[in-house]
Design a binder for this molecule. Sequence first.
Ligand code: HEM
Length: 237
Amino acid sequence: MTYSDFLRLRELLDLQDDIGGEPDALFFVGIHQSYEIWFKIIVQALEAARDALGTDDADGASYWLRRVASAEDVLLAQLPALETLSPARFKRIRENLGNSSGFESAQFREIEFLSGLKDAAYLDRVRFDPGDLERLRRRLAEPSLREAFTAFCERRGSTDLVGVTLDESIDPQVLRLVDHLLDHDSRFARWRSAHAVVVERIIGRKHGTGGSDGVDYLRGTTDKRFFPELWEVRSYL
Ligand code: HEM
């Protein structure tokens, strides 16, 4: 077994070849594909963290939530690379995109649903493959990380999160998990804002290929939070 066999590099590196003859297409496709691989890693870790909370395994949940936040740091670090794509060159790539868009990333929506932001309206608004649609419906029906955390706190009688946050000796394990969850939430919020700025730099105020208002739509998403109750606690300390 060679390095290349093990990683199936021939198949992987063939997946960026020959896209519309545009030299920047390698970069554009490659960065999206690498995002999708990281999304896959995040989905696995979120699911494992949720399941660990379901069995009262706080350390297990912490292990996986650290992975989530560090993967999201990578997602954030990749964004400035997009600023090397000139508007003129993106315009040419855009001609080949049709109406496909990051809007249709099923794994992005899966991260939202699994975390706790279950907006079923996206299932009607976006064209998903039948397999993706079924997976997303399943995510809507099953407990989210947010729900698993609430149930975990209820089982150990730590429902007063204002009290637990103010007196750090009451339940340090819950406090640590709150920090991990906020790490995930704040990184995602930062990604939403940073993506909107990059998009504005490349396409200004034009509509998105996915049919939304573009930057105006993206700016409307930057206040979304997976765990609003954890942010709210901060106002009552
Ligand atoms: C040239 C670079 C990019 C441009 C111009 C761009 C543009 C846009 C626009 C205009 C939207 C709004 C939906 C629409 O109408 O299409 C959008 C959404 C989205 N984009 Fe990008 N994007 C870029 C790069 C990326 C990259 C690298 C990713 C990584 C996967 C990404 C992921 C997403 C996601 C997940 C959404 C949906 C966000 C939501 O609904 O909250 N985009 N993008």
